[in-house]
Design a protein around this ligand. Structure first.
Ligand code: NAD
Length: 364
């Protein structure tokens, strides 16, 4: 099969880590007989330098014309880079926000997977880390409090600020469908997280999830309140498979899970549209402190490429082959500096490109 991938290497370590993901994808295409074509475009600081703006219309059009987008990261050293002397709408991050909006990406996926070899980095109790976990956080990205009507006014001499939490049924239905489709490719359980004991928007959320669940009889639907979920995620994360929630709850819970799962260099992410199109990127930033040194961890970007194969191209075996190769490299003791444990014996420290080579070599 042929797939068109737009790559956005971006700034800092972005070009280094995207190059390794591309290397692994090319190996997958050789082993499984697919054809991936890549077109590289600029976004972020490098686009400001080249075109005077963080995102051009041409970049948006190229992304739209492809089957998926694979991104590195954008931005410079916070507060120090020349890009931050520009007004906010001209800075690197403005490009990413505009791109997500232009592409209609409403569903954010952040898997939190604790690899047994990295469990020392997990801040949870040893007995919990020993069990391991693999949770897919599904966050609604375009509705809720962050996008509702807002105002600040003075009422009877007091300043009052108002934010509105608004959800339309179609917004809930489309994210629910995504959550169930994702659960079908995993362990067939969805935990829908809300605050239905207090909020009308949550009661609508819960009702629509129950309606959508009827179309997925193989998937178990569990409803949970956000406060108790925050607690359960640290008490027993292994009980969860797919955790689906609205924008603000998801913002908070997915950061909680990222912290529990360990290194930033290991965390992939995806933002999806209603059809199969998606944008895939590591959860970390452009790490200007280590840019150009060939020491960044490329695994989050490589795992983001695996998500692209699974969720945009429906290539399950191929996605598994990348994820298995990452697990195997870790099991064989290969590490980049950020996940190195100098006190452990038998570990081998690799540069960014060597880790890419190792994963490509382990693709079966
Ligand atoms: P950061 O995530 O870039 O770095 C935080 C720390 O984690 C640094 O010590 C860095 O070296 C380390 N790190 C991050 N990714 C790593 C990797 N793959 N391998 C090894 N170590 C890694 O966060 P920051 O320093 O706060 O931000 C730097 C820039 O990135 C800023 O301009 C910020 O706006 C931008 N940013 C971009 C995105 C994005 O492109 N989606 C996301 C977050 C931050």
């Amino acid at each position: 099969m042929n797939f068109k991938i737009t790559t956005i290497p971006g700034d800092g370590i972005g070009p280094e880590i995207v190059a390794e993901a591309r290397k692994v994808l090319l190996r997958v295409s050789e082993v499984y007989g697919h054809s991936f074509s890549f077109e590289e475009v600029l976004m972020g600081g490098c686009s400001i330098d080249a075109y005077g703006e963080p995102l051009t219309d041409e970049t948006i059009e190229k992304c739209k014309a492809s089957d998926a987008v694979l991104m590195g990261s954008i931005g410079g050293k916070v507060g120090q880079s020349k890009w931050y002397e520009l007004p906010p709408e001209k800075r690197p991050e403005a490009g990413l926000l505009k791109l997500r909006k232009s592409l209609g990406l409403f569903c954010n996926l952040r898997p939190a997977h604790l690899y047994p070899e990295l469990k020392k980095a997990c801040p949870l109790r040893e007995s919990i880390a020993d069990k391991g976990f693999d949770v897919m956080m599904v966050r609604e990205l375009t509705g809720g409090l962050y996008f509702g009507k807002r105002k600040t006014e003075v009422v009877d001499g007091e300043e009052v600020a108002i934010d509105t939490l608004e959800y339309h049924d179609y917004e809930i239905r489309r994210i629910a469908k995504k959550a169930f489709e994702i659960a079908m490719k995993r362990n067939k359980k969805v935990t829908s997280v809300d605050k239905a004991n207090v909020l009308d928007s949550s009661r609508l959320w819960r009702r629509i999830f129950a309606e959508v669940a009827a179309d997925y009889p193989e998937v178990e639907l569990e409803n949970a309140l956000v406060d108790s979920t925050a607690m359960q995620l640290v008490r027993n994360p292994a009980q969860f498979d797919v955790v689906a929630t609205e924008n603000m709850f998801g913002d908070i819970l997915s950061d909680e899970m990222a912290e529990i799962a360990g290194s930033l260099g290991m965390l992939p992410s995806a933002s999806l549209r209603e059809d199969s199109f998606g944008l895939y990127e590591p959860s970390g930033g452009s790490a200007p402190d280590i840019a150009g040194m060939n020491i960044a961890n490329p695994l989050a970007t490589i795992l983001s490429a695996a998500m692209m194969l699974r969720y945009s191209f429906n290539l399950t075996k191929e996605a598994d082959s990348i994820e298995n190769a990452v697990a195997e490299a870790l099991a064989q003791g290969y590490r980049t500096g950020d996940i190195m444990d100098d006190s452990a014996e038998g570990l081998k420290k690799l540069h960014t490109d060597e880790m890419g080579d190792k994963i490509a070599e382990l693709i079966k």
